[in-house]
Design a protein around this ligand. Structure first.
Ligand code: NAD
Length: 476
């Protein structure tokens, strides 16, 4: 879908997120012909740079993200759309210059790619310099607060200056092709929705496993942990899309209303249904506590939990969530495990297993439905499982070059489509559910269980499932 000409101003345009995601994403849209002539991308950050230096920064960013695939002439014309202003969010430097650069007749979006402590100052100065028009869009990044109270305070700051319809809170998991495909599969087929309830689904497991450790983000991460950094946002969003009722329309508020209902329907989590872990050192690499430079850290790098959506559709079908760093592989998926057939006419010895719908998000995106068929050959009626596979790379050929989540989300901002962005009430409801879990740990000084780096996580996470007679899918 084409977009209108735009001015995108990236506050924090010289930062890590701009370098790794925003600028390479914009380049890919440009190379696909989706950036209309006359559009401009304006970096605005504290770093003293001129336009030429910012273009060089962006050029390096694109080349390091895309490698040899970059067509030099296309890259040069992309760079011509780039401009830069040295600006101070906390002072007056740069604001008049920015104001002069903006075009009156383009879609205008300000990307707040800076820490949340600067949101208030940016908003004040944007208003003071009259840079915000009724149709102007504001893009913000996680973390959306540290708990319910800080999330409310952040939303209050934003709502003091902007209307909720102008605010785009990015959760890049929602920009993934497969996550949207989950909605297409659920609501575009007759096949699944009638079975999509506790009568036919045994349980759902959602895993976001990372192979990397906390890396250079130790200071931030030690104050955050897997629950705040991953579960409160990404895993809860995946849970919502899996569990929500069909929205009446695929429109922003209809979808977000249904997601919100899921979060509000979540039962409180029993303490014995949560497992926390911390990765241990290897011969070559430091463990979690060394990485965050805190020998007594109680922060979790892994969390697994069992939760229950307390409504008619899901009563009796648990949802198991797990996420962690330094696990065996980078591997993220939603697995919907159906119940056994009510009666096996072939006898238990014939084999065969349950149907599973597996929506894989990382490392590759794809959807697999596991079905049971007869084992070929004359050996009698023996059953086997085969995957009905829709790996995007193989099945969709040329269309398989799925845009990165950021590309899609930035273009949705320009289009003015908020469907894949989180609303203020969703963010707050998610904190209202996670806060008591975290407070419970703090109250009893819960110590995370150590787990081997590059493993499946702590043994207790396995037991969480085994106690219910179930098993996690293996990571990797
Ligand atoms: P960063 O520290 O690499 O960059 C910060 C940017 O802000 C720089 O361009 C800097 O010049 C600018 N800046 C700082 N103070 C300023 C001021 N007073 N006035 C104007 N500009 C100022 O940060 P980052 O990693 O790019 O992250 C940006 C935001 O995105 C943060 O809120 C972060 O939590 C969030 N985020 C980042 C990632 C990531 O992968 N890097 C992922 C998710 C969310």
């Amino acid at each position: 879908i084409p977009v209108e000409r735009f001015d995108l101003i990236i506050f924090g345009g010289t930062g890590d997120l701009a370098r790794r995601k925003i600028l390479p994403g914009l380049f890919k849209r440009f190379a696909d012909g989706q950036v209309p002539d006359g559009s401009r991308i304006i970096g605005a950050a504290r770093s003293e740079m001129d336009r030429g230096e910012f273009r060089q920064f962006a050029k390096d960013a694109v080349i390091s993200a895309q490698g040899d695939a970059v067509e030099p002439t296309v890259l040069e014309s992309f760079l011509e759309a780039l401009d830069y202003v040295t600006i101070d969010a906390l002072g007056e430097i740069g604001w008049s210059e920015l104001s002069e650069k903006l075009q009156g007749d383009s879609v205008r979006a300000f990307y707040f790619s800076v820490g949340p402590s600067l949101f208030d100052d940016l908003a004040v100065r944007l208003q003071k310099h009259k840079l915000v028009e009724p149709d102007t869009r504001i893009v913000v990044e996680k973390p959306f607060g540290h708990d319910l109270e800080t999330a409310k305070a952040l939303n209050k700051v934003l709502s003091a200056y902007f209307d909720e319809s102008q605010i785009y809170r990015i959760d890049h998991y929602l920009g993934k092709e497969t996550v949207q495909n989950l909605m297409a599969v659920r609501f575009g087929n007759m096949l699944f929705e009638p079975l999509w309830n506790s009568q036919y689904i045994d349980h759902v497991q959602i895993t976001v496993a990372e192979e990397v450790g906390v890396g250079g983000r130790g200071g931030y991460y030690d104050k955050s942990g897997a629950m705040r950094d991953m579960v409160q946002n990404h895993l809860m969003q995946l849970l919502c899309l899996t569990a929500m009722e069909p929205p009446a329309k695929f429109d922003p508020d209809a979808v977000r209303d249904e997601k919100l209902k899921v979060i509000r329907a979540l039962d409180p989590v029993e303490p014995h249904h949560v497992v926390r872990g911390q990765y241990s050192e290897t011969d070559d690499e430091k463990g979690f506590r060394d990485d965050v430079e805190n020998a007594k850290s109680w922060t979790e790098s892994f969390v697994a939990l069992r939760c229950q959506v307390g409504n008619w559709r899901w009563s009796g079908t648990p949802f198991y969530l797990r996420t962690g760093k330094r696990l065996q592989a980078r591997d993220s998926e939603i697995v919907v495990v159906f119940k056994d057939t009510p009666h096996s006419i072939f006898g238990a010895e014939a084999g065969g297993a349950r149907n599973e719908l597996r929506i894989q998000l990382q490392p590759d995106e794809g959807i697999t439905l596991k079905v049971t068929i007869k084992e070929p050959g004359p050996g009698g009626m023996r059953l086997m499982d085969v995957p009905l596979d829709m790996s995007f790379a193989e099945t969709l050929g040329d269309h398989a070059d799925t845009p990165d989540a950021y590309e899609r989300l930035i273009m949705d901002v320009i289009r003015g489509n908020q469907t894949l962005f989180m609303r203020d009430d969703e963010v707050e409801a998610a904190w209202a559910w996670t806060d008591p879990i975290i407070q419970g740990w703090e109250a009893v000084h819960d110590v995370p269980k150590p787990y081997d780096s590059y493993s499946q996580g702590p043994t207790d996470a396995m037991l969480l499932m085994q106690r219910d007679g179930r098993e996690w899918r293996e990571i990797g």
